[in-house]
Design a protein around this ligand. Sequence first.
Ligand code: NAP
Length: 280
Amino acid sequence: MNIGIAGLGLIGGSLGLDLRPLGHYVWGISRSPDTCLQAVAMGAVDVACLDSEMIPYLDKTDVVIVCTPIASILPTIATIAPRLQSSTIFTDVGSVKSAIVEPATQLCDRFVGSHPMAGTAFSGINAAKRNLFHQRPCVVTPSQDLEAMAMVRSLWESVGAIVYECSPEAHDRAVAWISHLPVMVSAGLLLACEQEVDGEVAQLAQNLASSGFRDTSRVGGGNPELGRLMAEYNQPALLKTLHTYQDILGSLISAIESGNWDAVQALLAKAQTARPLYVE
Ligand code: NAP
């Protein structure tokens, strides 16, 4: 197939690295000449330019995967779609779906939303890596265009992802719990630690931080722009999860304040039982 990738960063570059060895011709666009040069040099794309109009065989494109930051997804589709045949399928990888799928379908008949649940703490083309999506869940949103849906689904399956189909609304509520809330909680943890006023204790805490702190602080110490976009574009669902989290924290605080150690243990036992439901 002839595949376009708009936005050559962690996700777009990683997709290119996996798709080219499958025999696809992959073109890319990004905003910076350095990103384009690097994407070609590392084998993520066959060709990359700042402007899609400069891409060879553009009119033969089968599918475009929009991998820009969330705020640029709709403007990118609006720019590229009119330059391509109407048969070209579009998908995106944005971490929210309600704000994107409906308006994107207005811009392009053959749009199917996607969201691969894969990432690292790094961003940009230099963070791109092979097999990022292998054995990772990937959401595909429903469309009346069954052929487009099947093609987007098989695209993700070809890079090893496990595809789940769900509505944009269900997606946004689910990822609020397992992706967006953890970013805010983990950031809150880091910000709370920074409140220690005794310099000696603060330094000791930094020296003693080990694997547990590494695990719990990882997503909160990531790209702030991405976290902002999660809050901005998934505000109602994220707020609901944050308020529930606040209530649970309140229960833990009350139990600890009153020395009700059985209640503390009972809450932690419930948490222990819940964890395997989400991760191995
Ligand atoms: P990233 O590493 O920062 O990559 C985004 C790339 O897009 C940048 O390298 C940038 O390259 C390019 N770009 C920015 N604005 C652009 C524009 N207007 N037109 C064309 N290219 C543009 O970010 P990412 O982590 O790959 O995230 C990209 C998308 O994937 C986001 O929508 C995000 O919600 C989604 N996502 C992220 C993760 C994750 O964990 N990171 C997971 C799943 C989905 P230049 O500087 O060269 O312009």
